[in-house]
Design a protein around this ligand. Structure first.
Ligand SMILES: Nc1ncnc2c1ncn2[C@@H]1O[C@H](COP(=O)(O)OP(=O)(O)OP(=O)(O)O)[C@@H](O)[C@H]1O
Length: 249
């Protein structure tokens, strides 16, 4: 079998006496949508922070596309193709949707590009392409801060895609959304399937079981099982620790 795109081995993160990530191991294959599920406080966000370079692990290693990123900072992660979709704070709320995208694209280019962004038709085309991809092209001229919550999450996704990630980390992309916005986000993520490898933390089990090719379950900082949605649905330990009868059908 080919090497996985992301390999996480024995990752440990302690906060004082609390072991938030306790020798967690799992892998993500190139092209798949991989979901990370688990109860509140299981350590999912802490794990994502370590995979994006925001937190340094105390032990273990993170291998991405053959590179050891265990101790690398966030910029090195993005350069390697491992990006994270941020919370709403990363959006420049006073700028237009299009200008937010242009800035994100500009950040990817060499410094000599600085200043020529507004004039660059290629950059605008790419920004518009990304906005079409996430369903925001009609709002291109709108002020980012005036977008609805779900639309701001779509913009974050476009900003993350602007870094051309090989693997995109998504921490609760459906958080705070109503049912309609949540459904739209699932549809949008389905359009990315096969184009960008996704590692998704999500509590909405309908969304997880619709989107994921494989699922890893984290309990008390440990990955207790990785498998296909069917395998995870029927896994006795996962059912006991997290799913219960929620996904029995
Ligand atoms: N910066 C920190 N300092 C101290 N403890 C922390 C810190 N960040 C997280 N924790 C603790 O680590 C544990 C794991 O938290 P984490 O947020 O990673 O869990 P989670 O699975 O993402 O939870 P949820 O599903 O509720 O978002 C929790 O007990 C949390 O209180």
């Amino acid at each position: 079998m080919t090497e996985p795109l992301l390999k996480v081995e024995g990752l440990v993160k302690r906060f004082g006496a609390l072991v938030a990530t306790d020798s967690a191991s799992f892998d993500v294959r190139d092209g798949e949508v991989h979901a990370l599920i688990g109860p509140n406080g299981a350590g999912k966000t802490t794990l994502i922070h370590q995979l994006s370079g925001a937190l340094k692990p105390d032990a273990g290693c993170v291998l991405f596309a053959g590179q050891d990123l265990t101790r690398a900072d966030m910029a090195a992660h993005v350069n390697a193709g491992l990006a994270r979709s941020y919370q709403i704070t990363s959006i420049f709320k006073k700028l237009s949707v299009l200008d937010n995208l242009r800035l994100a694209l500009q950040a990817r280019r060499a410094p000599s590009w600085f200043g020529s962004v507004q004039r660059d038709a290629a950059l605008r085309d790419e920004a518009e392409h990304l906005l079409s991809q996430v369903g925001l092209i009609a709002q291109a001229r709108a002020t980012a801060g005036a977008l609805a919550h779900g639309e701001q999450r779509q913009l974050e996704l476009a900003l993350a895609l602007a870094t051309r990630p090989r693997l995109l980390l998504l921490d609760e992309p459906m958080a705070g959304m109503g049912p309609d916005e949540g459904r739209q986000m699932v549809e949008l993520l389905l359009t990315l399937k096969g184009k960008t490898t996704l590692l998704l933390v999500e509590h909405d089990m309908d969304a997880v079981f619709r989107l994921a090719d494989r699922i890893s379950t984290l309990v008390a900082g440990r990955v207790i099982a990785t498998g296909t949605p069917d395998e995870i649905r029927e896994h006795p330990e996962v059912r006991k620790a997290y799913l219960g009868d929620e996904v029995s059908s």
